[in-house]
Design a protein around this ligand. Structure first.
Ligand SMILES: [Zn+2]
Length: 369
């Protein structure tokens, strides 16, 4: 067992986000913001839990209040948050936006995006790299290359795309459609496995939204139920002597939704998502835009990639910043290299112990519990 023993050397951790959207002629770092964006923070973080609540319209958090969404409101009080982040520009669908969260890229492959436009279980193209037509690295790769363990826990079967795309970098993937059953596995993983990065996807609000209407009573009940599950995760972190004070939580969503759907990417209800950061290093009760002046709050406008709203795609590089690891490499390799070639040659490492990853077979369990 090992842990990325990173101790922050400075009193700040940068939120160096921005979605990779380099045109083909641009250099590898063309899309990197030139200005460092920093959160005021203090203390060590050695593990990050990224949580995505599928189809979480931030208005639901406001509408439910502390009573109906106590955990999310706790994150707002104790962390740095905004209820006005943005999805990917091109699509407000699940798999494209989640793949943006773990790669830090936009969607459109021709402009350096991850290329995942489909939102189902199709096996062709089989990988993110095949969808993009170029190499696409992820937060899993960077953490794994630095010697850390990674895992994702998802509640939709289409997330198997990630394991196929980054098989060496993902130490465990658990797919259980029943959200309660999925989260029942999570505290055990938190306490028994030493991982640096975990991704947890909770589908219930999206499922309820499609069945009974987004922002309707059934949907709001699902948000409340999901809030409870996030509360379980938070309590597990706080109860663990090794995790408490060393764990950051990043919470966002792939899209919002109102009424029957979330499909139209130009509707504010669909492209507006929350973005929350909680942990020992994170400014309490802060608005993320207020403490990150190089990002700009977008009002109600959709914005483009030339603008600088906080996006759900900021998850990958924020997680890496919190772990004091470099950003996801954005090199656009020539056709041909395997999925791991770019980051394997990137010399990532902080003198950390690299241990072989444990054998952990993919354990897709659908509809369990
Ligand atoms: Zn949906």
């Amino acid at each position: 067992m090992h842990r990325l023993g990173v101790v922050l050397s400075a009193l700040t951790v940068s939120l160096s986000g921005g979605i990779a959207c380099a045109a083909a002629s641009d250099g590898p770092d063309a899309a990197r913001p030139t200005v460092e964006r920093r959160l005021d923070t203090v203390g060590p973080i050695d593990t990050v839990v990224a949580i995505s609540i599928d189809g979480l319209n931030p208005n639901a958090i406001t509408k439910l209040g502390r009573r109906g969404a106590p955990t999310l409101h706790k994150l707002i009080r104790q962390g740095a948050t905004t209820l006005n982040a943005r999805t990917e520009l091109e699509l407000t669908d699940t798999l494209p936006n989640h793949t943006g969260m773990v790669t830090g890229r936009r969607i459109e492959a021709a402009t350096g995006g991850h290329g995942v436009t489909r939102n189902d279980d199709r096996r062709t193209p089989a990988t993110v790299q095949a969808a993009a037509g170029h190499d696409v690295s992820s937060v899993f790769n960077v953490v794994h290359d630095a010697g850390g363990d990674t895992a994702y826990f998802a509640s939709k079967t289409k997330f198997s795309l990630w394991e196929r795309s980054w098989p060496e970098a993902i130490d465990a993937d658990v797919i259980v459609e029943n959200n309660k059953a999925l989260v029942a596995n999570f505290p055990g993983d938190l306490t028994n496995e030493t991982r640096s990065f975990r991704f947890l996807h909770l589908s219930a609000p999206d499922v309820a939204g499609h069945a009974t209407g987004f922002m309707g009573p059934g949907y709001l009940r699902a948000v409340t139920a999901t809030d409870r599950l996030v509360g379980r995760v938070l309590r597990a972190v706080k109860a663990s002597p090794t995790l408490a004070g060393h764990t950051a939580i990043i919470l966002t969503s792939d899209h919002g939704g109102r009424g029957a759907s979330h499909r139209a990417p130009n509707r504010p209800a669909n492209y507006t998502v929350p973005f929350m950061v909680w942990g020992p290093d994170v400014a309490r009760g802060a608005n993320l835009y207020a403490i990150n002046p190089t990002y700009s709050a977008p009002g109600r406008t959709q914005t483009t990639y030339a603008d600088s709203p906080i996006r759900n795609g900021d998850v990958a590089n924020l997680a890496l910043d919190l772990l004091e690891l470099p950003a996801v490499p954005r090199q656009r390799a020539q056709p041909g290299p395997g999925p791991d070639r770019v980051h394997r040659s990137a010399g990532v490492g902080h003198g950390l112990n690299r241990q072989p990853s444990r054998a952990f077979d993919c354990c897709i369990i659908t509809g369990a519990g």
